[in-house]
Each structure stands twice: as C-alpha cells, then as structure tokens.
Design a protein around this ligand. Structure first.
Ligand SMILES: [Zn+2]
Ligand SMILES: [Zn+2]
Length: 135
C-alpha cells in the first residue's frame, strides 16, 4: 500500500474516475435497453391495434375486453360472462350483418343502465324497429 498521501490522492482520483466511467457505461446500457423496450412496445401496440374493437357507442376508443366486463373510456362499462375480444367481435359482426340483411339503415348502439339493473349494450334501429341486447 502506498504511504504517500499525494499518491493516495491520485489513486483516489483514478478510482473516482473509474466509478464515474462505469456509471456512464451503465447509463448508456440502460438507455439502449429502454430504447429497445420502446421499440418493442410500439410494435406490440401496432399488433394490438389491428386486433382491437372500436367501441360501437362512441366510435373513437378501443374497447377493453375483460373476462367479466367490457369497458370503454367513453363510459361504456357493461358486465359480460367469459368474454373475449374474439367473441365480442363476432357478436358485433353477426348482429350487424344480420340487421343489414333486412335494413340498410345503420343501427345505433347505446348503453342502458337503470338504478338496480346492470348496464347492457343495446343495438337498435328506429327504421326497422330492430332491438337487441348484445351484452
Ligand atoms: Zn366508447
Ligand atoms: Zn334497421
């Protein structure tokens, strides 16, 4: 071990420098990891987007399908049983297709909610008097 205090100071400085460099390398590494993660998330989001269902009520947001409810930021929050995005998509598609076979008018989607009843998603058409509970 060097006894000279000057030499110790120099060693100390070198050590500090090394620690600093190490931190910079770690920071750089973390930054690149973060970037990769962002890229990955963007790609996953892109995949998701093609698989998502646009909310039929507001036609702006994507529906969030949970196993026991379907949710949209616009206020749609309807209980459902064992629901999946695929089931909901085919339900919507089938009902819209079925209606379009006998009526050219675009059906409307609304959410009903009573004080005691649970909310449900309705598809209605005033033109042909179509009325159906989707959820
Ligand atoms: Zn909505
Ligand atoms: Zn109709």
């Amino acid at each position: 071990m060097p006894e000279d205090p000057d030499e110790l100071a120099v060693l100390d400085e070198i050590q500090q420098e090394l620690i600093l460099q190490e931190q910079l390398v770690i920071e750089e590494y973390e930054r690149s990891l973060q970037f990769d993660e962002e890229c990955l998330n963007a790609i996953l989001d892109g995949l998701d987007a093609s698989n998502k269902i646009i909310c039929p009520v507001c036609r702006k947001n994507h529906l969030t399908v949970r196993s026991h409810s379907v949710f949209c930021p616009c206020g749609l929050d309807v209980p459902a049983q064992d629901m999946t995005e695929e089931k909901l998509r085919s339900l919507l598609e089938n009902t819209i297709t079925e209606h379009s076979h006998r009526c050219l008018h675009n059906p409307e989607f609304t959410v009903t909610s009573g004080m005691e009843e649970e909310a449900s998603l309705l598809m209605t058409c005033l033109v042909c008097d179509f009325w159906m509970i989707l959820l």
